[in-house]
Design a protein around this ligand. Sequence first.
Ligand SMILES: Cc1cc2nc3c(=O)[nH]c(=O)nc-3n(C[C@H](O)[C@H](O)[C@H](O)COP(=O)(O)OP(=O)(O)OC[C@H]3O[C@@H](n4cnc5c(N)ncnc54)[C@H](O)[C@@H]3O)c2cc1C
Length: 429
Amino acid sequence: MHLCVLGAGVIGVTSAYRLLQDGHQVTLIDAAPQAGHGTSFGNGAQLSYSYVAPLADPSIWSHWAHYLFSADSPLTLRPQIESAQWRWLLSFLGACNARQVKSTTIALLRLAFHSRDEMNRLQKNSNIEFSHRVAGKLVLYSDAEGLQSARRQVDFQAQFGCKQEVIDLQRCLEIEPALAGAQRTWAGGVYTPSEAVGDCAQFCQGLVDTMQQNTAFRFLSATTIQRPVMQQGRIQSVQTSAGKIEADAFVLAIGSESVVFAQQAGVRLPLYPLKGYSITVPLDDTSSQQAAPQVSITDLSRKIVYARLDNRLRVAGRVELVGRDRSIPARAIGELQEGVRTLFPGSLGNKNDHNGNDSASRLSPWTGFRPATPSGVPIVGASPIDNLYLNLGQGALGWTLACGSAAVLAAKIGGYRSAIDDAPFRYQP
Ligand SMILES: Cc1cc2nc3c(=O)[nH]c(=O)nc-3n(C[C@H](O)[C@H](O)[C@H](O)COP(=O)(O)OP(=O)(O)OC[C@H]3O[C@@H](n4cnc5c(N)ncnc54)[C@H](O)[C@@H]3O)c2cc1C
């Protein structure tokens, strides 16, 4: 079958790879000149297979005032005229209950573990360099109450095969000695030795290079997808800036932009873009390298993640519901810099400007939009249109869930049984 995969972010690229492996002919299309240049570009770099609890959580009900009104809140809501934001928010609040969180966590853990297996398989069959490393992950809790509720989550997840330890401050410092320079303290943490890191953009480009060696694959870069061309309830072709592209079936994977294309085909998607930011600190001398962590760190109180990619430290955070505003305010980048200064002060080196600030440009400030469903469960598989398949809505976990989502999609398209139950990921009108 000839499949056309729309979007060469990590979701589209892994879908294309998996479909090619199944013997299909694949055309991959993206507006950017290279793969992985959308939200997959500067993300937090964490392959967070055991840390999948959704954003929609019952604690939102007791913390909403802090999230919405506090100056140091990691979350921003800027009301938009569009009704999509309000519809999404209402569904999101509806998902903030213990029963939904439990079923979402179980579904995502299964998908994440499947993803890890698929990633291991992919790495055995290809030779892509993307700073991949099983670094372990340490989530820091600032108070004893938070740590106690983390213990309950660790116990719950243990029955699904997660190997995690709840540890005290002293053990945190043993696991990640770079935390010894931190200018604040915390109650303890949850350590997961099996978690990994990797540069998602490098992975996407490497995987496309690998696929280029297969004559059944072609990549149409710098090609904007404009709309579906419908014929008798099916997609006959997609209209692009390079003309019409025909295929037997289409996979929609253009991240949070998928909503408009789906709407043009008559399919409604419950997706909203959740904006976030990152910086990448170059660790270009021995002292900054020593001061930066080797283990992935999540500072839960500030909702900032830190991942070491060779001699770079990727730092990411914030969740903003602000529509499609692509600006990068100095305040957001300042928060990430301040986070680094507090936890790993020496890693920023001495290259400050005349005001003593780390010049922002050397930190590659970046913003991206997590394509999020209200519950946090992605949509993978068939759509109401006969020859349109969906692989979207991986939200804050797209890098982690990509290889597993691609395998579930390929099974659906190929008509064979997926290694995990795909029921939680099916499109629901
Ligand atoms: C701040 C931040 C930190 C994150 N950290 C992590 C993390 O640590 N771990 C993790 O697992 N996930 C993380 N994520 C989430 C992850 O990055 C996303 O879930 C993932 O990148 C989504 O991939 P995608 O392929 O769906 O979308 P994208 O990467 O956005 O890909 C969509 C592609 O479609 C293309 N496109 C869009 N419209 C068109 C069009 N009209 N025509 C042609 N092409 C088009 C774009 O150019 C783009 O390449 C983070 C996200 C953010 C914002």
